[in-house]
Design a protein around this ligand. Structure first.
Ligand code: GLU
Length: 610
C-alpha cells in the first residue's frame, strides 16, 4: 500500500469542486427556487454501472460516490476515499448511516495481499444485563417501544472506525476526510424520491422527538423532491470532528450531548420513552477493534468477510460451503441446474446456515468459528438436503463439534431475526489495487428517532439487535444483552481474491437479509454467469429458516410455482437489500456496479470512465 501523506486541498479540490454540472442521467436539478449556497451535486452521471481506471466507488447515492471519486483523484487511496464517502453518506443518507451509528470495515492491502477488518459495532452500556429489554413481568418489551427509545442507543462506533481506518490504512489527514461531508451538510443536497419517501415513512415517529422534527421535518413536513435539504447542525458536528478529532465524541462535548440525549430524550408533550443507560465512561472505554477476517474458499476463490460480532462472514461462508456440498451430493453443479433448482439450493443452504447462526453466533467467547466455516461441517449439514423437497422450517441447527459422520441435528430455534431496510454499503478500489468493503448503519431507517440537539444527527437503535429473551427455552442464546456487549449483526462486507489478486468487493444493507443478498449476488455472478450489474438486479429470495421472503419479480416468474411445489413457503416482500460491488477487469481497470431500481437506483463511478 502506498503510504504517502497527502492533504486534500479543499478550496479547489474534493468538495470544493463538487459543482452543479450534470450530464447524462445525472441527478435532477432543484426545481424549487434555491436560496442560499448552491447545493452539492455529482459531476459524473448517476448510473448503475461504469467501467474505467484510476479507481472506483459504488454507493447508493451519487453525491457520496462523487466524494469518493474526488478523493481518489486528489491522490487518496481506497481507505481515504471510503472514510470520506461514508461521512458524506451520513449527510445524504442520514436515516441509514452517520456519526451516531456503527459498522464493519474490510480493507484489502494490495502491497501485502492481506485482508484486515475493523469492528466498529456499537456497544451496550456497562449497566446492561440480559433482562434489560423485558417488562417488569418478564415478557419481552415490544420491538417498537424499544426502537423508539434511549434504551436502544449503543455507544456509536462509526467515528472511531473512521479515525482508525484513516490512521491504519489511509494516507490523508482524518480532518480532511470530514470536510466534504461538512460542505454537503452546510450547502445542502437535492432531495430525491427515496429521501422524501423515507422521511414521510418516519414522519410520525420523528414527530415524537421535537429536535428530530425540527431538523428532518422542516416546516412540519418532509422536504419535497427537488428541494434543497441543508443540515447546518450536522455541518457543525463534522466540523467538530474535523477540528477536535473523534475524542470530542468519546471524551468531549459531542459525547456529552449524545449521553444527555440518550439518557433522557426530549419528547413531544404526552410522550415518554424508555430512558437510555450509556454514560461518558462507556464512551471513554469504546474502541473500534482491528480483527482478522473470516476466510473461506469457494470455487477456488478466497472469500473474506466480517467476524463476530457480525454473523455475516460466518453465515455467508456456510451458505457457500453448503452449495458446494450440494453439488457433490447431487453430481450437478450449481452452474448447470435450472434457475428454480438454483433458488431451491440457495434457499435450503440459507435456512441451514441461519439455524446455526442463531444458535452459535454472538459476541460471546467460544463461538465455533472454524467449525462453522469448515467444509467438513457443511458436508455433514448437507445430508439433510433433498434436491426435490424443501426441508420443513425451522430446520434444526447442527453440531459444529469437529466430528462429522451423521446429520447430527439436535434441536431448533424458531424466532426470525428482524430485517430492516436501513444501513448502507459502499465499495472502493484505487489505482494501486487496494480495496474497501464497508457496511455502516444506525439500525432501523431513522435509527432510534432521536436527534442530538444542536448537532443534527440521529442516534442508533442498534441494541435492539440483541435477542430480548432466549429464542428457545433450554437452548443457549449467544445474543442476549449483557454489560459492554456488542449486539450480533448480519452485516457482510465481502472481499473476494483470486490467487492473491483482488477479484470482487460486494455488500448490502438489509438487516438479516444482508447475508442472503450478498450470497445471492456472489452466486448469481460467480456460478450463474450473470454480468455483475444483473447479478445485483436479479429478483431476490431471502430464506432465513422461516417463511421465505421473495420479491414481486420472483413471485411473477415460473420459478415461484416450481419452488412452491417443492414445499417452499414464499411471502411477498417489495424490496430486499441494496447491493453495491466492484469487480477488477485488469490492472487499474474496474467495473463498478450498483442497483438499477432498488432504493431509486445506486451510483457506480470510476475516476476515468472509458
Ligand atoms: N442492525 C442490522 C445489522 O447489524 C443492520 C440494519 C439494517 O440493515 O437494516 O445486522
Amino acid at each position: 500500500m502506498t503510504r504517502r501523506r497527502t492533504s486534500l486541498v479543499l478550496a479547489g479540490g474534493a468538495a470544493g469542486c463538487l459543482a452543479l454540472t450534470l450530464g447524462g442521467q445525472a441527478a435532477a436539478a432543484p426545481t424549487a427556487q434555491v436560496h442560499g449556497p448552491k447545493p452539492v451535486t455529482n459531476k459524473l452521471p448517476k448510473v448503475p454501472v461504469m467501467v474505467g481506471g484510476g479507481g472506483a466507488v459504488s454507493t447508493v447515492d451519487a453525491v457520496a460516490s462523487q466524494v469518493g471519486i474526488d478523493v481518489l483523484k486528489a491522490g487518496g487511496n481506497a481507505a481515504d476515499a471510503a472514510v470520506a464517502t461514508a461521512a458524506a453518506l451520513g449527510v445524504t443518507e442520514p436515516y441509514s448511516t452517520g456519526i451516531g451509528g456503527g459498522g464493519f470495515f474490510v480493507f484489502y492491502d494490495a502491497s501485502t495481499g492481506r485482508v484486515q477488518t475493523i469492528d466498529g459495532r456499537e456497544t451496550a452500556p456497562k449497566s446492561f444485563d440480559q433482562n434489560v429489554f423485558r417488562e417488569p413481568d418478564g415478557t419481552p418489551m415490544s420491538f417498537t417501544k424499544a426502537v423508539n427509545s434511549g434504551l436502544s442507543v449503543g455507544v456509536p462506533g462509526t467515528p472511531a472506525t473512521w479515525a482508525l481506518a484513516a490512521r491504519k490504512f489511509g494516507t490523508m489527514p482524518f480532518g480532511d476526510l470530514m470536510k466534504p461531508a461538512e460542505t454537503i451538510a452546510r450547502r445542502g443536497f437535492v432531495v430525491d424520491q427515496t429521501f422524501h419517501d423515507q422521511t414521510v415513512a418516519n414522519a410520525a415517529r420523528f414527530s415524537a422527538f421535537p429536535e428530530t422534527a425540527r431538523v428532518f421535518l422542516p416546516g412540519g413536513s418532509a422536504p419535497a423532491v427537488g428541494s434543497v435539504f441543508r443540515n447546518p447542525d450536522m455541518a457543525r458536528a463534522y466540523r467538530e470532528l474535523r477540528t477536535h478529532g473523534v475524542q470530542s465524541l468519546y471524551d468531549g462535548r459531542l459525547g456529552r450531548a449524545v449521553v444527555a440525549e440518550a439518557r433522557d430524550p426530549h419528547t413531544a408533550a404526552g410522550i415518554s420513552v424508555p430512558l437510555g443507560q450509556i454514560t461518558m465512561a462507556d464512551l471513554r472505554d469504546y474502541r473500534a477493534l482491528p480483527k482478522a477476517p473470516i476466510h473461506s474458499v469457494y470455487r477456488g476463490l478466497d472469500v473474506y468477510g466480517m467476524p463476530v460480532p457480525s454473523s455475516g462472514g460466518i453465515a455467508v461462508a456456510e451458505i457457500l460451503n453448503l452449495l458446494e456440498a450440494f453439488d457433490h451430493r447431487t453430481g450437478a453443479p450449481l452452474k448447470d441446474v435450472s434457475n428454480a433448482q438454483y433458488l431451491h439450493r440457495f434457499s435450503e443452504a440459507s435456512a441451514l446456515a441461519f439455524a446455526d447462526r442463531n444458535r452459535y453466533v454472538g459476541d460471546v467467547p467460544g463461538v465455533p468459528v472454524g467449525e462453522l466455516t469448515s467444509q467438513a461441517f457443511a458436508n455433514e449439514r448437507a445430508c439433510l438436503f433433498s434436491p426435490t423437497t424443501a426441508l420443513p422450517r425451522p430446520v434444526p441447527f447442527g453440531s459444529p463439534d469437529g466430528s462429522y459422520e451423521t446429520c447430527g441435528p439436535t434441536a431448533t430455534t424458531s424466532r426470525l431475526p428482524n430485517d430492516g431496510q436501513s444501513t448502507s454499503h459502499l465499495v472502493v478500489t484505487d489505482k494501486w489495487g487496494n480495496a474497501v468493503s464497508y457496511t455502516l448503519t444506525i439500525e432501523q431507517t431513522g435509527g432510534s428517532g432521536i436527534t442530538v440537539p444542536g448537532w443534527g444527527f440521529l442516534l442508533n437503535n442498534e441494541l435492539t439487535d440483541f435477542d430480548f429473551a432466549p429464542l428457545q427455552p433450554g437452548v443457549p442464546d449467544p445474543n442476549l444483552p449483557a454489560s459492554g456487549k456488542r449486539p450480533r449483526s448480519s452485516m457482510s462486507p465481502t472481499v473476494v481474491l483470486d490467487h492473491g489478486h483482488l477479484r470482487l468487493v460486494v455488500g448490502s444493507p438489509g438487516g438479516a437479509t444482508i447475508i442472503t443478498t450478498v450470497s445471492q449476488v456472489l452466486t448469481e455472478y460467480l456460478d450463474r454467469g450473470l454480468p455483475l450489474v444483473d447479478a445485483i438486479a436479479a429478483p431476490r429470495l431471502s430464506s432465513r429458516n422461516g417463511p421465505e421472503q421473495a420479491e414481486p419479480a420472483l413471485l411473477a416468474s415460473p420459478d415461484a410455482a416450481v419452488l412452491r411445489s417443492m414445499g417452499h413457503v414464499l411471502v411477498e416482500t417489495p424490496e430486499i437489500g441494496a447491493a453495491t460491488a466492484i469487480r477488477v477487469l485488469g490492472p487499474d481497470r474496474f467495473e463498478a456496479a450498483a442497483e438499477t431500481v432498488r432504493r431509486g437506483g445506486g451510483s457506480a463511478m470510476v475516476v476515468r470512465p472509458r
